[in-house]
Design a protein around this ligand. Sequence first.
Ligand code: KG4
Ligand code: ZN
Length: 337
Amino acid sequence: MLILGLDTSCDDTSAAVLEDGRIVLSNIIQSQVKLHQPHGGVVPELASREHIRNIMHVAQEALKTAQVKTEEIAAVAVTIGPGLIGSLLVGLYYAKGLAYGLGIPLVAVNHLEGHILSVFLEEDHPPFPFIILTVAGGHTSIYYVKDFGHYEQMGQTLDDAAGEAFDKVAKILGLGYPGGPVIERAAKKGDRERIKFPRAYLAKDSLDFSFSGLKTAVALYVKEWEKGGKDVTLEDISASFQEAVVDVLADKLILAARKKGVRHVCMAGGVASNSRLRERLLEVTGANGLKAYWPRPAYCTDNGAMIALAGYHRFMRGEVADLSIDVKSRFPIGQNA
Ligand code: KG4
Ligand code: ZN
């Protein structure tokens, strides 16, 4: 059974063809990074217009690469939220047109469910139940996953997402956009113990996050640092900031696993491709007798394959959307489409 998965929730136009809920026949991602780079972040109006320009050929490329004809697609799965309204609308209306024109079902997918299930795109995936940290530019949450369709949110960020903190700190340091990869690169040459930036653990045993205080601490530090006289490099600041984020993410993941008595711990989303975070997760899971999982980078950032996979499981449960369905900028994981 072939599912076409589409995601236009933020600044990537993506389409994928998935066979039998697990074999990725194609996964095409058209990034808009260059378009938004001069603005230092995603400009929603520009993003939706770019999706309009790209969606058709990205979807056609996905079918061509998979060597699949449109008529062979069993259903079209599309992200309806959370995300940028204008961006989401482009994907949803393209999907509606396809579903209507081909006479096939439309399946509405929660973007966060896509990230959670992205671990199943890899051969070495966790068994149920597992804990997963979804960590990106728009979200940072921990879920307990009992089965397909059964997700319990255990914690989330109260302010900035971790990826957003990377992006804002990169801007403060003049390193460009997106912040994650440039900070990671700079951090490799820095001393992560050099500056002790604050770690916000919040209430005892809390699985919520807060990164805005850390961002402010870095901004204040940089202001002082720019006056000169400190024997500290930009690379040291990058490494020390990254370490503060990694400490909190890793500690809370282990705490979540302990709370649920779960042995399998995963992460997904753009920040999950950070090599220091991966290294740390391997360390702490190993030390605690747990096993760590994460998908390859192309499945960590926004992609159509994870939406096709989530859509496949919804389709199998008979969860087909009405063609009058709308997008949702906010879309908690437990809410029905
Ligand atoms: O999953 P994604 O492509 O889009 C969202 O759903 O947000 O994630 C993008 C975010 C950006 O904030 C970016 O700075 C961050 O993920 N990111 C990273 C790395 N690569 C991307 N953060 C830390 N280290 C990285 N290597
Ligand atoms: Zn995402």
